[in-house]
Design a protein around this ligand. Structure first.
Ligand code: TLP
Length: 342
């Protein structure tokens, strides 16, 4: 099977397994795990923030950020198709007790003027706007890069209104690799950021949230409340360190694979690639084949390719370390043999 369902399916490389085996560990709730500390220090440095915290998943990292920044009854602003709104099982309502106000963006970017217009004024009828969330790259916008300019404009507005900005940067390093910009050129435009170690970077588990000292102190408490205070966590932090230090530079290979896939899909009759393919995600509208996305995904599965339905007529393909250039050629041949060319 050529598994293009997600970059979350990557399995830890040899160096990660070895690092896990050899990791120096201690009880991290007592602050005694040197490997976790090393990972957090390294991550804070890369992300340009005072401190960082190792958390179990991207969802946990985002939820801790929302819980730390807001109070129950707040309203948070976020993009209509953002992961926090769309894919986190309503956790911001269930856990933080905040309500969401969504703004529909273009290619993952919310218009700053719409963000400013959505910020609540002081009135006893209104909730307070407690947080603005951005997502970079934007998953449902097809791995689209949110530009530092867009982030800067929104962060400037947020600062004017004393509202923090959190970035769900599950795939931020894909944005960095594809744009040629530095990590800090993105992260300077937010107060806190979450990055995933277990997507394109290939670690088996874990995410990082980063921000200033006071944020991380409060976030640590929320992590404990959620049962995310781990003991000899160096065993899982060690592969995370390998991910963070050795796997970022190769992400552009995944983007090259996505380009091959885009061309293969684009040349098939009945299939339209609908995203710009900035990074490692290709989204195709398959309605022209006469199949629903579920039927299309099933038919690909029979041919040895896994992808995911992304809506009634949309299918998402995600490239990653565990699919080779050769696999992409195989996918191109399978698609070419299954659909007539345009
Ligand atoms: N995304 C997964 C699914 O949940 C949809 C995927 O296959 O793409 N932020 C963003 C932008 C994400 O794409 C994801 C995972 C997360 C957060 C959550 O990370 P985890 O899975 O570690 O909780």
């Amino acid at each position: 099977m050529i598994d293009l369902r997600s970059d979350t399916v990557t399995k830890p490389i040899e160096a990660m397994r070895k690092a896990a085996y050899e990791a120096e560990v201690g009880d991290d709730v007592y602050g005694e795990d040197p490997t976790v500390q090393k990972l957090e220090e390294e991550a804070a440095g890369i992300l340009g923030k005072e401190e960082a915290l190792f958390v179990t998943s991207g969802t946990q990292g985002n939820q801790i950020a929302v819980l730390t920044h807001t109070r129950p009854g707040n309203e948070i602003l976020l993009e209509t198709n953002s992961h926090i709104f769309y894919y986190e099982s309503g956790a911001v309502a269930a856990l933080a007790g905040v309500q969401t106000r969504t703004i529909t963006g273009e290619n993952g970017e919310m218009a700053p003027v719409e963000v400013e217009a959505a910020i609540r004024t002081e009135d006893q009828h209104f909730p307070e706007t407690g947080l603005i969330c951005l997502e970079n790259t934007h998953n449902r916008a097809g791995g689209a890069i949110v530009s530092p300019q867009n982030m800067h404009s929104i962060h400037t507005i947020a600062k004017k209104h004393s509202i923090p900005v959190h970035v769900d940067g599950a795939r931020l390093f894909n944005a960095v690799a594809a744009s040629g910009l530095s990590v800090k050129e993105f992260t300077v435009h937010c107060d806190t950021v979450q990055i995933c170690l277990s997507k394109g970077l290939g670690a088996p588990v874990g995410s990082i949230i980063a921000g200033d000292h006071s944020f991380i102190k409060r976030a640590r408490k929320w992590r404990k409340r959620l049962g995310g205070g781990l003991r000899q966590a160096g065993v899982i932090a060690a592969p995370g360190l390998v991910a963070l230090t050795q796997m970022r530079d190769r992400l552009s290979e995944d983007h090259d694979k996505a380009e091959i896939l885009k061309e293969a899909l684009q040349s098939c009759k009945g299939i339209e690639v609908i995203n710009g393919v900035d990074t490692n995600i290709v989204v195709a509208d398959v309605s022209g084949t006469g199949m629903t996305s579920d039927q299309f995904v099933d038919s690909l599965k029979e041919k040895g390719i896994l992808a995911v339905s992304f809506g009634p007529s949309l299918v998402r393909f995600t490239t990653h370390y565990d699919v080779s250039m050769n696999d992409m050629k195989k996918v191109s041949n399978i698609l070419g043999g299954s659909f007539s060319s345009k």
